[in-house]
Design a protein around this ligand. Structure first.
Ligand code: BG6
Ligand code: MG
Length: 221
């Protein structure tokens, strides 16, 4: 049986994946690096510094930055990101999310947020969702980021639920890998072909449907 559902934040609860992209795009433009939306898919779910490294790997001629310069670039991206998310309100919760979490609550199923973002608490606060989930994992305390399972395993532990009774919801390839590595049922949001490892792929959050997920979960276990 499903005892907990653990959600990614950026791109699942709200469309901050777009804000991350726009902030990285501004940095890439500044550095004259070609940075496409398609390549940005690789950055989803990935930590700030690893995202910067991926972005720099797109330079035509390899550029060498010192650690200090790397910190400054990452910091600048974060400041841009933070200015973009200043205007977030509860109306930015993605379609279907409130109904789905309400259904989980009615059924006594626990909920958590497992995000790689150090801005997760700010975003959750702006969405008015801080108290709507049982646990929000603190990304600052996670050593190994997605695709490592640590953030999902930590969420399950804090909820006191075995991974085999957990469902993870993600919009990133690295995130789906993390859910599967944690031994959980994976629901991906996005294009089917992007998530070969997922147990269920939904084209959008408005498709989140408890009965459908439970049916597949039971069939798979
Ligand atoms: C993830 C996003 O949730 O958090 C990534 O998908 C982002 O795009 C990562 O890089 C880290 O976020 P932050 O806010 O700590 O830079
Ligand atoms: Mg995401």
């Amino acid at each position: 049986t499903i005892q907990a559902v653990i959600f990614d934040l950026d791109g699942v609860i709200t469309d901050t994946a777009e804000h991350h992209y726009l902030a990285w795009k501004a940095i890439a433009d500044e550095l004259d690096i070609h940075f496409t939306r398609a390549f940005n898919e690789n950055l989803k779910g990935v930590s700030r510094m690893d995202s910067l490294k991926l972005l720099l790997s797109q330079a035509d001629t390899p550029v060498q930055f010192t650690d200090k310069e790397m910190e400054e670039l990452a910091d600048r991206k974060n400041k841009l990101y933070q200015s973009l998310i200043e205007s977030i309100t509860p109306s930015d919760i993605l379609p279907g999310v409130a109904e789905f979490t309400a259904e989980l609550q009615r059924r006594g199923i626990k909920t958590a947020i497992a995000s790689a973002s150090k801005n997760a608490f700010t975003v959750m606060n702006s969405l008015g969702l801080t108290n709507a989930f049982d646990i929000i994992v603190d990304a600052a305390k996670i050593k190994n980021t997605k695709p490592d399972p640590e953030v999902f395993s930590t969420a399950a532990e804090l909820l006191g639920v075995e991974p085999s009774h957990c469902v993870g919801v993600e919009d990133a390839a690295a995130g789906v890998q993390a859910i599967k590595a944690a031994g959980m049922f994976a629901v991906a949001i996005g294009a089917k072909e992007a998530f070969p490892q997922a147990d269920l792929v939904l084209s959008s959050t408005s498709e989140l449907d408890y009965a459908k997920i439970e049916g597949l979960f039971i069939a798979n276990s």
